[in-house]
Design a protein around this ligand. Structure first.
Ligand code: NAX
Length: 330
């Protein structure tokens, strides 16, 4: 094993379906690289600790050279102890007939407790990624409990939406996914998200020119990306799991290294007021990451009126969500 100090990764909801797909790539080196040991610190509800023990046994059975230790617990401060990266996956799924507002009220308190536990126990510069839905507002709640850890480092996941957009474009244009650049998702991880193709490039050429079907881009493309989560549930009978886990891996890995020249990554981060998005909302912007692992919201993007309207609509939705949980914001 490498003699580097292991990086501590806390994962909540670790015995759930996303957790099950997420832990193995982390232990195999997909986030921090092939010579960086990791310690997994796994949080579950007491009722799921038995299942979590089974997951730990499978991690053992993989004999991952980079996996220095696995801690399983139902105590949040133990799970977040000295953590460098916290992946907040655990939360209740939306039940039949449940409204978005009900889900927000149902899951919000989980993120009050976890935000406090992160603040009490994680490293000061810990990076936090919230996956559990509604992820932007859950992240907002957790961030507002943080007094000691760096609040800028509270982020939520829209990378699955970006990956879905990339795949749709690649299929339509008949190009490899790897030839696509600067395709980014703005806003809330909800039906109001805006997958922005207007600045996208394929092989260095404007994406819209290569695709050559403006009606599809403004219509079915955006609708397909916005509705993909539901389509997966309809087909599979369960919500996206492996693709969500890999998107979390992408988000964390891309936050750990410098973004290649000419590329953007979608991250929901605390708004600094850029593009008129109210300050403090957790909003997905096109971002870049520098060599020190700091993200930056891309500035100076020229937006047309349609894009501005979509960006504003998603910000309005998040402002309403913020009002719904105002009593949980500390
Ligand atoms: P599962 O129900 O399979 O797993 C959730 C796990 O979390 C369970 O094992 C449960 O015991 C645990 N849990 C619940 N409350 C907890 C708490 N307070 N502390 C620790 N653990 C707790 O759900 P799964 O399919 O893994 O989805 C997890 C979350 O990801 C859901 O909220 C889901 O909506 C969300 N998603 C987010 C996506 C995104 O793009 N941001 C996409 C996929 C997914 O829908």
């Amino acid at each position: 094993m490498s003699d580097k100090t292991p990086i501590r990764v806390a994962v909540t909801g670790a015995a759930g379906q996303i957790g099950y797909s997420l832990l193995f790539p982390i232990a195999a080196g997909h986030v921090f690289g092939p010579d960086q040991p990791v310690i997994l610190q796994l949080l579950e509800l007491p009722v799921a600790l038995g299942a979590l023990e089974g997951v730990r046994m499978e991690l053992d059975d993989c004999a991952f050279p980079l996996l220095a230790d696995v801690i399983t617990t139902s105590d949040a401060e133990t799970a977040f102890g000295d953590a460098d990266l916290c992946l907040l996956v655990g939360s209740k799924p939306r039940g039949p007939g449940m409204l978005r507002a009900d889900l927000i009220r149902e899951n919000g308190p989980i993120f009050v407790g976890q935000g406090k536990a992160i603040d009490a126990a994680a490293k000061e510069d810990a990076k936090i990624l919230v996956v559990g839905n509604p992820c932007n507002t859950n992240c907002l709640i957790a961030m507002n409990q943080a007094k000691r850890v760096n609040r800028r480092n509270f982020t939520a996941m829209t990378r699955l939406d970006e990956n879905r957009a990339r795949s749709q474009i690649a299929t339509k244009a008949g190009v490899p996914v790897s030839s696509i650049r600067k395709l980014s998702v703005w806003g809330n991880h909800s039906q109001t998200m805006y997958p922005d193709y207007t600045h996208g490039l394929i092989g260095g050429k404007p994406l819209a020119d290569v695709v050559g079907d403006a009606e599809w881009l403004d219509g079915d493309f955006i609708k397909t990306v916005q509705g993909r989560g539901k389509a997966i549930i309809n087909a599979r009978g369960k919500s996206s799991a492996a693709s969500a886990a890999w998107a979390a891996i992408d988000h964390a890995a891309d936050w750990h290294r410098e973004t290649p020249d000419g590329e953007w990554v979608s991250m929901a981060v605390p708004s600094d007021g850029s593009y008129g998005v109210p300050e403090g909302l957790i909003y997905s912007f096109p971002c870049t990451v520098d060599a020190d692992g700091e993200y930056h919201i891309v500035q100076g993007i020229d937006l047309n009126d349609a894009a501005k309207a979509r960006i504003e609509a998603s910000a309005n939705e998040l402002s309403t969500e913020r009002e719904t949980v105002s009593d949980l914001l500390g």
